[in-house]
Design a protein around this ligand. Structure first.
Ligand code: 4AD
Length: 577
């Protein structure tokens, strides 16, 4: 209990016959009152209480103390009293000093605030004007900064970070989506009200000349914009509402997903999205180079492709409809009209499990090719992956981002491993990887779950085209092979670190065989009349595949989860922002 608290208590209480009681065993300095029924615990509390009485009354008080083990109160000994008085003096001195220091701090703080306020008021008088004798500033994007060194430019952007150096220099790292630019503001430019109150993520326009930084100094791209004029376009909040207080690198993932619209401003998140943009373009360029047409099939459908358990259904003008799981069936209908086709469209899966490689909505790169063999299909997939990687790697800016996100990454130098499902089962058993449900060896016919598949892929450490899955574990449209009707002409491409990124197969192209497959799967063929018509009006052997763009990116940019590889991830429990 503090001296002040004891004083207040003493003023409220009436001490019995001018005695102050101390019970070393049962008393309490916190709740005691110095009375016999509520004694203090220490002589110090008693001395402090007496010291708070009017000075002339103090000598009339006596301290009665019951030591631990004693039954009765006795008067305090002179030496114990002296000791308690000394302790009280020290405590009182300390409290006085603290109070004086607090008052001093308070007045210094007030003075500081007043000075800051005065400076802010003063700064309002500084109004910047553009020097009309300077050459007209050319508006540029940061990506073009190197080509515009030593001429007067103006750049719009967001204040990614800033640093004040002394009273007359301020550095702003400006970001405009095309790059980062260090800007230096000196003298009057950093004395304005806007300069003194500038916040991270405010938007500004800065005029000046881009100059190479002197040797030994660091700045993005080795140059900086030496400003001669600037304006705030939109100020971001400071204080409790400041950008930096919304999230940080330690924030819980749920916070990061909630604030994803702000998180994407971060350098790493925006680099992944930029690589994504280049990758999407590279897929298009690849398909263009091999002569496929791009199509955009509908996402609202009334048929399933990959099993009913992952369908999102909705009311479509009173009829039952679904969000598409795959555009494959529509791509197949395009073959007679457009030849080989591809799409980069959204697919939807009601995936109830929370894994790092499943999204409820993902970008699906799918292609379909007529008159090919199963071997051709495997080549198509391998060539596409290699070509897309080569294309993005050939762009210096994209390559730099990939190298930063995924240090040590190199494009493929070797052919992909090709392995039959049957041999994967053998591999798992030979390497002691057991079934999760019963700890036994895998058997032919088992679906290989994510964890063992990943263990195998990571151990082999190379892309694997895993082929010939058994009929019962694959989709209704996959044809059995001629030499072994237990297995299908199907393929998954497995990548180290991520697992399956592509699923593909040849398609049943005979009408009656397809109808029989519907029957086997218990599917009503009626809504698929248009799909069956493909087998009626000039059928052909054909095959195709689908690649999850987010999984490809997770592999390429070394992200832990596909959720970091799309703009606003959708998964169980999240449909925002
Ligand atoms: O293996 P899937 O289910 O195959 C199909 O949809 C075929 N109809 C494609 C085709 O042949 N045209 O899915 C293909 C790929 C997977 O390999 C995976 O990369 C991705 O789509 N994928 C998912 N990505 C993120 N979240 C999910 N829930 C995904 N489900 C599949």
């Amino acid at each position: 209990m503090s001296a002040a608290e004891i004083t207040t208590k003493a003023a409220q209480m009436s001490l019995e016959e001018n005695f102050v009681f101390v019970d070393e065993a049962a008393g309490s300095d916190e709740t005691g009152q110095g009375t016999k029924s509520a004694p203090y615990k220490t002589p110090l509390a008693a001395v402090t209480t007496i010291a708070s009485m009017p000075e002339e009354k103090q000598p009339t008080f006596k301290i009665q103390i019951k030591k631990t083990g004693d039954d009765e109160y006795a008067e305090i000994t002179p030496s114990a009293l002296k000791k308690a008085k000394k302790a009280h003096e020290i405590a009182a001195k300390k409290a006085k000093k603290q109070a004086e220091q607090a008052a001093k701090d308070h007045s210094e703080n007030d003075a500081k605030l007043a000075e800051e306020q005065r400076k802010l008021e003063e700064s309002k008088k500084i109004v910047l004007t553009e020097d009309s004798s300077l050459p007209q500033a050319k508006q540029i994007k940061i990506i073009d900064a190197t080509n515009n060194r030593n001429t007067r430019v103006k750049v719009y952007g967001w204040v990614s970070s800033m640093r004040v150096q002394g009273r007359s220099m301020m550095f702003i790292i400006l970001r405009d989506g095309t790059g980062y630019l260090q800007c230096v503001l000196t003298d009057r430019l950093c004395h304005t009200y806007d300069a003194l109150t500038l916040t991270q993520e405010s938007t500004v326009i800065i005029h000046g000349v881009i100059k190479e930084v002197p040797e030994g100094k660091n700045a993005p791209d080795g140059h900086e914009l030496v400003a001669d004029y600037w304006e705030v376009v939109g100020k971001a909040p400071g204080g409790d509402e400041a950008f930096a207080s919304r999230f940080n690198s330690e924030s819980d993932p749920s916070v990061l997903y909630h604030e994803r619209h702000l998180v994407i401003r971060d350098e790493t998140a925006s680099s992944v999205l930029k690589v994504r943009s280049r990758v999407m373009r590279a897929f298009r360029d690849h398909f263009e180079s091999v002569g496929y047409n791009e199509v955009t099939p509908p996402c609202m459908v009334q048929t399933q492709v990959e099993g009913g358990s992952t369908l999102f259904s909705f009311n479509y003008y009173g009829e039952n409809a679904y969000l598409t799981q795959s555009s494959q069936l529509y791509l197949e209908t395009c073959l007679p009209s457009l030849g080989a086709v591809y799409t980069l469209s959204e697919s939807y899966r009601a995936e109830k499990s929370n894994t790092r490689r499943h999204l409820s909505e993902y970008t699906h790169c799918e292609a379909e090719v007529p008159f090919i063999s199963f071997e051709d299909l495997l080549d198509c997939i391998e060539n596409m992956i290699k070509d897309v990687v080569d294309r993005v790697w050939a762009e210096p800016a994209t390559r730099a981002m990939i190298e930063k996100l995924n240090p040590g990454f190199k494009p493929f130098a070797e052919p992909f491993v090709r392995m039959r499902y049957e041999n994967a089962i053998k591999w798992l058993n030979e390497h002691g990887i057991k079934r999760e449900e019963d700890g036994k060896d895998f058997e032919f016919g088992d679906d290989i779950p994510e964890a063992p598949e990943r263990k195998m892929t990571d151990a082999i450490g190379k892309p694997i085209l895993l082929t010939h899955f058994p009929v019962p574990i694959k989709a209704f449209y996959m044809p059995p092979t001629k030499d072994d009707t237990r297995v299908t002409e199907s393929v998954d491409l497995l990548m180290p670190g991520v697992g399956e990124i592509v699923g593909g197969s040849m398609r049943i192209w005979d009408y009656d065989t397809l109808l029989a497959a519907y029957k086997r799967e218990g599917l009503d063929p009626a809504p698929y009349y248009w799909y069956l018509d493909q087998r009626k009006f000039g059928t052909c052997p054909h095959g195709g595949f689908g690649l999850g763009v987010e999984r490809f990116l997770a592999w390429l940019t070394n992200r832990f989860t596909v959720r970091e590889c799309c703009l606003y991830p959708r998964f169980v429990g999240r449909c925002q922002p």
